[in-house]
Design a binder for this molecule. Sequence first.
Ligand SMILES: Nc1nc2c(ncn2[C@@H]2O[C@H](COP(=O)(O)OP(=O)(O)OP(=O)(O)O)[C@@H](O)[C@H]2O)c(=O)[nH]1
Ligand SMILES: [Mg+2]
Length: 229
Amino acid sequence: MIGIVIPTYNERENLPLLVEKIFALKIPNVTLIIVDDNSPDGTGDIAEELAKKYGNIEVLHRKVFGRATAGLDGFKKALAKGAELIMEMDADLSHDPNDIPRFLEEIQTCDVVIGSRYGAGRIVYRSWFRNFLSDFANIYNRTLLGLKIRDVSGGFKCYRRKVLASLDLNRFISTGYTIGAETLYRISKKGFKIKEIPIIFRDRTYGASKCTFKVMLNYAYKIWQIRFF
Ligand SMILES: Nc1nc2c(ncn2[C@@H]2O[C@H](COP(=O)(O)OP(=O)(O)OP(=O)(O)O)[C@@H](O)[C@H]2O)c(=O)[nH]1
Ligand SMILES: [Mg+2]
């Protein structure tokens, strides 16, 4: 079984489009694990409607909040359901579902596949300032965490079961967006084979960004904590 973990917070316009596009690929044995943190815009109810419509969708409704534990809870659920391959992707259509088959092909010869927005990959339709911040964050993470990976802050990935099963998912430092970097930091120390494939990341059309200045400051600080504590 392939589990695709999708964390959602206020993604009511995006989620139905994303789910439709994923199931249109007709990949056998796919279960979506939508992890919603009680979104005020009603994304959780929409997720339930989608589950009724399509089947093969598991919805986790959480009372707590945070991108990090949302992803980790999704991983735990996928492992508990016996998934052999576990993917994660954003709900806001920045990650193109049509790339999923490439991830599934590449994972046949490695343990982790990362969708990379650098190298041959790209970020499009974002302001130069947002691009600058992404580039800066990426260089900052790579340097501090000593990672040879090009894109360490993205959220479009595929893991073999054994990779996530080898991590203690209850002992992560991250609360927010640093979860991507922290996961790669922990995985790379274990010597798994990691491959990067280029993706085109498109800025969200619907919904508001949660990336405030305060969130960025917290991000910068958390990377230090991950590295040194
Ligand atoms: N469950 C849950 N999901 C979250 C939380 N924060 C963000 N997400 C989801 O995680 C994914 C990535 O978050 P985004 O807000 O798109 O992050 P980003 O791409 O860096 O920034 P923008 O697209 O500009 O907002 C999206 O699917 C969000 O809905 C959270 O606290 N809980
Ligand atoms: Mg986004």
